[in-house]
Design a protein around this ligand. Structure first.
Ligand code: NAD
Length: 378
């Protein structure tokens, strides 16, 4: 049975809203029954009605939604927050305090203290708190994680990750309001591209290896002079089990379309994956030829198989990855209703992961300001 679900943000024309709605539809995990979908109350109500939400649950803003839902029988069990970054903290906090599970878009908050505060509230309440590092829902990323966890690569030596695209490279477009806010510290905090794009790559590095980031040394550059924040970033990092990490993140890499990629090099072999060919994982055992592992193969790990729906060779794409995050969240909510722990199979990125990434980005920004000096995460 679908669980009742609400969205804040993700209105008409938004970048990420449609993907959430497609993803919940793919596996029938959640039914969209309430929403405060737009910053403009009139547009919010109209678009909610167009999506089939009942008039009395098509809210004009999130506070009205909270008041309307909190005492209602059959109220929303999960709220997705897909608003601009600076609004996440107060919206997420309010829904958590009302006892409602939350999936928040990344970054969880603008500053580490707020991210830690949200995780403390979540932990105290026992609610599900997830952050949409949605690429970790790809089956072949989960396969990489399973291979590394089983020791197939041996000790992990080096992790190289990238999220470098070219979509903010045009100087003439820098003042376009749809681009400008992404480089405005009031909107996004201490980092632009490293937080917006690079955090996804760092999350994959942590998710796949099972290691955390312990220290960073960064070089941030604004290639377009009018920008206060970086549009290109290089971050060296050290991980908790000894892996050495490298991240390149850019918004001025003309010719690159998406540009998210992960490579993991261990003592016994190397793995490579990129988002533009998400169905394949390249595996090179030491002293052997490269093999291509395909989503849908029968011999995949349980983690990868449970995240696949359609036959090998038929691309599932990003909505399928998001759908896996939603399936995991749904299972975790159902387990709580039964008085059980979150099943080990539920691999959705948690608030603790979200807080870790906010801390890593802050440390990187601090390092960049300090000429690349190494900064340790708290
Ligand atoms: P966007 O500007 O395209 O859309 C934002 C939507 O939120 C709009 O519909 C806007 O009207 C609405 N909104 C703004 N303030 C609101 C408020 N107070 N209450 C209700 N609705 C409000 O932005 P976007 O690119 O969709 O980004 C939204 C969030 O999603 C950001 O945090 C961004 O970092 C994140 N994002 C994540 C991914 C991913 O891969 N996980 C990709 C893109 C964006």
């Amino acid at each position: 049975m679908k669980l009742p679900w609400g969205m804040v943000g993700g209105g008409e024309g938004s970048q990420i809203g449609p993907l959430h709605r497609i993803a919940t539809g793919m596996d029938g995990t959640f039914a969209l029954v309430a929403g405060a979908l737009d910053a403009d109350p009139v547009a919010a109500r109209r678009f909610a009605r167009e999506l089939g939400i009942a008039a009395d649950r098509a809210y004009g803003d999130w506070r009205e939604m909270l008041r309307g839902e909190v005492r209602r029988p059959g109220r929303v069990e999960l709220v997705t927050v897909a608003t601009p970054n600076r609004t996440h903290f107060e919206i997420v906090k309010a829904f958590l305090e009302a006892g409602i599970h939350v999936l928040c878009e990344k970054p969880l908050t603008l500053v580490p203290e707020e991210a830690r505060a949200l995780e403390a509230i979540r932990a105290g309440s026992g609610l599900v708190g997830a952050v949409n590092f949605g690429y970790s829902g790809y089956p072949m990323i989960r396969e990489a994680r399973a291979m590394i966890a089983s020791g197939e690569l041996g000790r992990i030596r080096v992790v190289v990750c990238e999220f470098a695209h070219g979509h903010h490279a045009d100087k003439a477009d820098a003042e376009n309001p749809r681009v400008r806010w992404r480089y405005d510290p009031a909107e996004v905090g201490v980092s632009a591209v490293c937080s917006d794009a690079g955090s996804h790559a760092l999350h994959l590095a942590c998710f796949a290896t099972g290691q955390q980031i312990e220290a960073v040394s960064a070089d941030f550059v604004s290639c377009i002079d009018s920008r206060d924040l970086e549009d290109d970033a290089l971050v060296a990092f050290r991980m908790s089990d000894g892996a050495v990490g490298r991240l390149w993140s850019s918004a001025v890499a003309v010719g690159r379309q998406h540009g998210l990629a992960l490579q993991v090099f261990g003592e016994r072999g190397g793995l490579a994956w990129c988002q533009e060919r998400p169905e394949q994982l390249r595996w090179t055992p030491l002293n052997h030829r490269t093999r291509i592992i395909e989503r849908g193969e029968p011999a995949l790990s349980r983690e990868a198989r449970r995240g696949s729906r359609i036959a090998i060779g038929h691309p599932e794409g990003l909505p399928g990855a998001f759908a896996n995050i939603y399936s995991d969240i749904r299972e975790a909510i159902v387990a709580r209703k039964r008085g059980q722990e979150t099943p080990v199979d539920c691999l959705f990125p948690s608030f603790a992961d979200g807080a870790h990434l906010v801390a890593a980005i802050h440390a990187a920004a601090e390092s960049a300001r300090d000429g690349g000096a190494w900064k340790h995460l708290p």
